[in-house]
Design a protein around this ligand. Structure first.
Ligand code: NAD
Ligand code: UPG
Length: 474
């Protein structure tokens, strides 16, 4: 039986993880069992969570939030008040890659996690269960404990409960997780009890056999390793995509044949322009830094290669465009379809589209960018930062388009950089008629039917597929 009644849960950090995770906990617990309060230092973000226009796009999220908000789900910027009120406090703040100092460009920046821990140490006036939800380097729970204990908070429990949701499918992933991982220090009675309390929360909707309990360090490390393995599969298939193009093999056929081996499995074998997102690169860099700090240089080198292969793939895609279009794209209009790092999200963090657009900008192309969910401001922010120039300078050669058709009109090439489902349904015949000829398609997601496009007259490049003889490529 579930022993958790009227548990007051707060979450510091109302981002891509904090918001959806807390909405699902609120929705899945029986009436009266939990009250959830999501806290953020950003008043703007909290206002958006309390409005009709949520700060993030995620399928199913809006319905869920609207159904629970004001009942057992609340959003507030009163972080101190929320800490005092709660029995259990999740820490779901951002842990980006460090930009300066020791470990810059690799180590995780723990500033926000530590600030949250210090805030709890300062204002909590009753014992709390602190749950590390952010992705953190191994032994962070111990650092949080030291901060708390040094401030006299000795009876607090510290648990690790990393999150495995993927953007675009966050609600489904949270409602039907492959597993929930909870790490606790079994030598401490407070932690043992706290693990049980957290297990009880998840057990409202997750089958008990999917809730794993481990020691804290295994839990922290498993999160980094899971992301490293996933990213490694994408880099592996992307390395094979280059070999396919060179040899005449088809990467989708190879992936299918290889993935049907039950020991390998079919998922995450989709060749692409490269992986993006806020997690893969950051977490592998974090793992590499960890290995280096343990003097495990060969291990660090092994994982670093996953990122190097990803960078190479993004660059390779850009070079394919340039060579395919007769070695010059100066002054040519190119339509960019998709700017988010994957479908079903408005998130652009580490999106391959940023790198590809920046490289095409350097080549003096005219870009017309369309994405169904990414805010215009976000695109300009990403590109000004990446291209090291002002928005005025960018706007001399880059436009944002209101639709895929508008982006494509008069262009020499379509680049498909995000696998939005709506791109599959475009009227490519109509688009072809509106384009300069020869009309090129560079499909960075293998989303489109290349044979059908060729029938319409397009010259098509698709990652890891046999090279179109009309392309100027070897
Ligand atoms: N985005 C994902 O898909 C995903 C999935 C699994 C795990 N993670 C991990 O979860 C963590 C959060 O990621 P995210 O994508 O939700 O980040 P995010 O940037 O979307 O959200 C973090 C929020 O924390 C707030 N914040 C930071 N410090 C604070 C403080 N001291 N007090 C109050 N609010 C504070 C920020 O204002 C921000 O709104 C990261 O460690 C990330 O690696 C992310
Ligand atoms: O076969 C594939 C699968 C993915 N990708 C790309 O890889 C990136 C990451 O995709 P995905 O993992 O689906 O999204 P994320 O939201 O980044 O989720 C990852 O990162 C999260 C943050 O840590 C983890 O919680 C998730 O388990 C993990 O999948 C995206 O650019 C995808 O387009 C490919 O190119 N080919």
């Amino acid at each position: 039986m579930n022993g958790t009644r009227n548990l007051k849960i707060a979450c510091i950090g109302a981002g891509y993880v904090g918001g959806p995770t807390m909405a699902v906990i609120a929705a899945k617990s029986p009436p009266g069992a939990v009250d959830v309060l999501v806290l953020d230092k950003s008043e703007v973000r909290v206002r958006e969570w309390n409005s009709d226009r949520l700060p993030i796009y995620e399928p199913g999220l809006e319905e869920l939030v609207k159904a629970q908000r004001g009942k057992n789900l609340h959003f507030s910027s009163d972080v101190d008040g929320g800490i005092r009120w709660a029995d259990m406090i999740f820490v779901a703040v951002n842990t980006p890659t460090k930009r300066c100092g020791i470990g810059a460009g690799q180590a995780a920046d723990m500033t926000f996690v530590e600030a949250a821990a210090r805030r709890i140490a300062e204002v909590a006036d009753t014992p709390k269960i602190v749950v590390e939800k952010s992705t953190v380097p191994i032994r962070t729970a111990e650092a949080i404990r030291q901060v708390l204990e040094a401030n006299g908070r000795t009876s607090f429990a510290i648990l690790s409960n990393p999150e495995f949701l993927a953007e675009g499918s966050a609600i489904r992933d949270l409602c039907e997780p492959d597993r929930v991982l909870i790490g606790g220090n079994v030598d401490r009675e407070t932690d043992r009890q706290a693990v049980q309390t957290l297990v009880d929360v998840y057990a409202y909707w997750v089958p008990r056999e999917r809730i794993l309990t481990t020691n804290v360090w295994s839990s922290e490390l498993s999160k980094l390793v899971a992301n490293a393995f996933l990213a490694q599969r994408v880099s592996s298939i992307n390395s094979v995509s280059a070999l396919c193009e060179a040899s005449g093999a088809d990467v989708s056929e190879v992936a299918r044949a290889v993935g049907m081996d039950a020991r390998i499995g079919p998922h995450f074998l989709g060749a692409s322009v490269g992986f993006g997102g806020s997690c893969f690169q950051k977490d592998i860099l974090n793992l590499v830094y960890l290995c280096e700090s343990f003097k495990l240089d060969a291990v660090a080198c092994y994982w670093r290669q996953v990122i190097e292969m990803n960078n190479w793939q993004k660059e390779r895609f850009t070079v394919r465009i340039l060579h395919g279009m007769y070695n010059t794209i100066t002054g040519k209009k190119i339509a960019v379809l998709g700017f988010a790092f994957k479908r079903d999200t408005g998130d652009t963090r580490e999106s391959p589209a940023i790198d590809v657009c920046a490289r095409l900008w350097e080549e003096q192309a005219l870009l017309s960018i369309y994405d169904p969910k990414v805010d215009a401001e976000q695109i300009w922010d990403d590109l000004t930062r990446r291209c090291h120039c002002t928005r005025d300078e960018l706007q001399q050669r880059i436009r944002l388009a209101p639709s895929a058709e508008a982006a494509a009109h008069g262009s020499h090439a379509l680049l498909l950089l995000t696998d939005w489902e709506e791109f599959r349904a475009l009227d490519f015949g109509q688009i072809y008629r509106s384009m300069s000829k020869p009309a090129f398609v560079f499909d960075g997601r293998n989303l489109l039917d290349a044979a059908a496009l060729r029938q319409l007259g397009y010259v098509v490049y698709a990652v890891g597929k046999p090279i179109d003889p009309r392309l100027n490529l070897v």
